[in-house]
Structure formats: C-alpha cells, structure tokens
Design a protein around this ligand. Structure first.
Ligand SMILES: Cc1cc2nc3c(=O)[nH]c(=O)nc-3n(C[C@H](O)[C@H](O)[C@H](O)COP(=O)(O)O)c2cc1C
Length: 172
C-alpha cells in the first residue's frame, strides 16, 4: 500500500513542530524518537555527532515497516545527522525502504545528514529538504514545507520545491 508516516527526533522542539505540521496537513501518523537518557546536555550532543555515536533511544509510534515511505525529520548537529536519528536509522534499516529526509538547522549541514542516511541504508533516498530554525519558528517556511509534503502524496504531480540535491551515499 502507498502509505506514508513521519518519524521525528527533536531536541528543542523545532523539528517536532515541522513534523507535526506535515502530519496534520497530510493526515500522516507520527512516530517520536526520544533520548533514552533524558536531560542530555549540549556537549553530549556535540560529542555524539563528532564521534558519530549512536546514543540509546526510545521510539514510540507506528512500525516503519508497515509504511511504504518514511519521512525522517531531525535537526543538524555539528554539520551532521543528530545522533538519535542515526540510532533510529541503524535500528530500523531493513524497514526503511523509501526514505524522505527533512532537516532543520541554523545554517548548514543538511546535505551531510542526507548523505549519511543514504550511506547507512545502502541506497539512495527519495527526496530531501532543509529548513532553518527561523523558517519553522516564524512560519516563513510553512508554505514550502507543506508543498514539499503534498508533493510526496501518492499521485501528486507537484514539483518538489527547492529540494536538497544530495541523494547518493557519501564518503564515510
Ligand atoms: C549540539 C548542536 C549542534 C548544532 N549544529 C548545527 C550545525 O552544524 N549547523 C546548523 O545549521 N545548525 C546546528 N545546530 C542548530 C540546530 O540544528 C537547529 O537549532 C535545529 O532547528 C534544532 O532542532 P530541534 O529543536 O528539533 O532540536 C546545532 C544545535 C545543537 C544543539
């Protein structure tokens, strides 16, 4: 079946807000990834990213294997994928057959995260888009985010707005 769900990790709420917008607008279910050890400080996040660690996570939501397409929504840390999303991708690798990536960030690093996910999965991703924290918080990116989501709907002929080009596996 041509079904879509969203799986989100968010440390300070920005990515979660983007994920909730996508879900509410398209009627998609949301799975939430959280730190198994809450209260992790910023330095722990920095180290996880620099060392490409896979921190312990909890996941609450639908089984990604039940969906044809999974939209991964997460922040960028240190120009890399946020650690907990790295853990999620590793844990659910077999179930993630068609993956779309939505990154939130301050200024840059989304293409690295997309590349890392493709590398971990061993195959390319379907689409990717990046939004600044400001675009999500002040709503200036809402129209682009919703258009991006709508274009993923089965049967949509919409053109993806300003997608990230990186879809292939990166250098490790
Ligand atoms: C530890 C850490 C590292 C970050 N590194 C980057 C970065 O390399 N590039 C960037 O554009 N933003 C970076 N940011 C900003 C976040 O990606 C941005 O604020 C994001 O929207 C936060 O999403 P969240 O609220 O869902 O956690 C970093 C934030 C943190 C906490």
């Amino acid at each position: 079946m041509d079904t879509i769900m969203v799986a989100c990790y968010s440390h300070t709420g920005v990515s979660r807000r983007a994920a909730l917008l996508l879900c509410a607008h398209n009627g998609w279910p949301l799975g939430e990834i959280t730190d198994a050890r809450p209260g992790r400080g910023t330095w722990r996040c920095v180290l996880d990213s620099l060392l490409r660690r896979q921190p312990e996570i909890r996941y609450e939501g639908p089984d990604p294997g039940d969906f044809r397409t999974v939209v991964l929504v997460a922040p960028i840390w240190m120009y890399r994928l946020a650690g907990p999303m790295r853990s999620f991708v590793a844990r659910h690798k077999e179930a993630l057959r068609r993956v779309v990536v939505v990154s939130t960030m301050n200024s840059g690093g989304a293409s690295n995260a997309v590349g890392e996910i493709a590398h971990a999965l061993g195959h390319g991703i379907v689409e990717a888009a990046a939004f600044t924290q400001r675009e999500i918080e002040d709503g200036s990116g809402t129209a682009r985010l919703l258009a991006f989501g709508e274009a993923l709907q089965p049967g949509s002929t919409a053109t993806q707005p300003m997608r990230q080009p990186a879809r292939s596996a990166p250098a490790a």
